[in-house]
Write a protein that binds this ligand. Structure first.
Ligand code: PLP
Length: 368
């Protein structure tokens, strides 16, 4: 099937999907029929086994973008007298704290700044001092910068203090090998349109079943009640409580199949890592500098410092690349002037080589 997209999305989601993922959406499904609900159960099983080989985990799908899913986890898992510690080093960590604030949930925000990783010793101290803290939330790949956070160490510390660990692995799950049990995460959150390479419309949570089962009646919202959503799916054979994004779920099931065909998460990770390396090397050859040191850098998305030239303007650069078939992403960092290029989605190393040539021909300014 011909791919009719005028450009490739080099963004952290929604991202470029395969023509076959898009084509399976050309059919309508009944939201409560067993054909469709069987598909939902298959997706839930695959997600749980993708997340861990250990028993005791389950998964829930939730309508909306990834943030809806984060909000459903925060709003459902924190008891009335609970307190959330949020480790932030970018917009997505800060967003978790903002969710807690809006929902009237007690929280403490520890912001290490966009260019630093969370401080594990400080986490140890905070958890020792404050016995009111019941839950800790952290972001795996902070998409704001592309920083990979040390979530295994964070998880070990949180579990050492017997607290509940909520992990936003939105932009990394399916693209970086991980095991939710090894990470000590009670709740792992991601969405359809990131590294699994589906289309947008829902998010999902892989949860330690025994912990989720204790969350009945706690949700501050009806539609974002993660427990009720799970209970319905679990006990009614894959049924959603409210209208489900049927076409998106079908596309996601195809995307999971294509992840298997590619060779699973290790193979996908290798492709993303190769994309990232080609990108960084190619851009360096044209005078672009990365924001982060390589040791902090994920293979998911890369932040570059905007060239320091009076002739450079992001918008014109963006437009020039768009006409050449590539859509890049503006920066989100507040402490530096940057733009971002994503390595994820249906993007091959050859596409990155083409991108570098397109960047070179789009450079109307003189690098310093
Ligand atoms: C994409 C993303 C989200 C969710 O964003 P939405 O726009 O709501 O899908 C949350 N956290 C991280 C780290 C992300 O990359």
């Amino acid at each position: 099937m011909e791919d009719e997209n005028p450009y490739l999305l080099l963004t952290p989601g929604p991202l470029s999907t395969t023509p076959t993922v898009k084509s399976v959406m050309m059919r309508d499904w009944c939201t409560w029929d067993e054909d469709y609900n069987g598909l939902v159960q298959d997706v839930r099983r695959r997600l749980t086994s993708l997340a861990t080989s250990e028993a005791g985990y389950t998964s829930v799908l939730m309508q909306g973008s990834g943030t809806f899913c984060v909000e459903s986890v925060i709003g459902t898992t924190l008891p009335r007298d609970g307190k959330l510690l949020v480790l932030a080093n970018g917009a997505y960590g800060l967003r978790i704290a903002e969710i807690a604030r809006r929902l009237g949930i007690a929280y403490e925000l520890v912001d290490s700044g966009e260019l630093n990783q969370p401080d594990i010793a400080a986490l140890d101290e905070t958890l020792s001092k404050d016995s009111h803290i019941t839950h800790v939330a952290a972001v795996h790949c902070e998409t704001t910068t592309g920083m990979l956070n040390p979530v295994a160490e964070i998880g070990r510390m949180v579990k050492g203090h017997s607290r509940c660990f909520i992990l936003d692995a939105m932009s990394s799950f399916g693209g970086i090998p991980m095991d939710v049990a090894d990470l000590g995460a009670d709740f792992l959150i991601s969405s359809a349109n990131k590294c699994i390479q589906g289309v947008p419309g829902f998010g999902f949570v892989v949860a330690l079943r025994s912990v989720l089962e204790d969350c009945s009646g706690q949700a501050r919202s009806l539609s974002l009640d993660l427990y009720d959503q799970w209970h319905e799916m679990e006990h009614k054979g894959g049924k959603w409580r409210f209208t489900s994004p049927t076409h998106t779920v079908r596309a996601f099931e195809r995307a999971l199949h294509e992840l298997d065909l590619e060779g699973g998460v290790p193979a996908r990770y290798a492709r993303y890592a190769e994309n990232h390396q080609l990108l960084v090397d190619g851009m360096a050859g044209l005078g672009f500098k990365c924001l982060l040191p390589e040791a902090f850098q994920s293979p998911i998305i890369t932040s570059f410092v905007n060239p320091d030239s009076p002739d450079y303007e992001f918008r014109s650069f963006y437009d020039a690349l768009k006409t050449r078939g590539f859509v890049i992403y503006p920066g989100k960092v507040t402490v530096a002037d940057t733009f971002r290029i994503g390595n994820i989605g249906h993007v091959q190393p050859e596409n990155i080589r083409e991108l570098i040539r397109a960047v070179e021909t789009s450079m109307t300014w003189r690098p310093r």
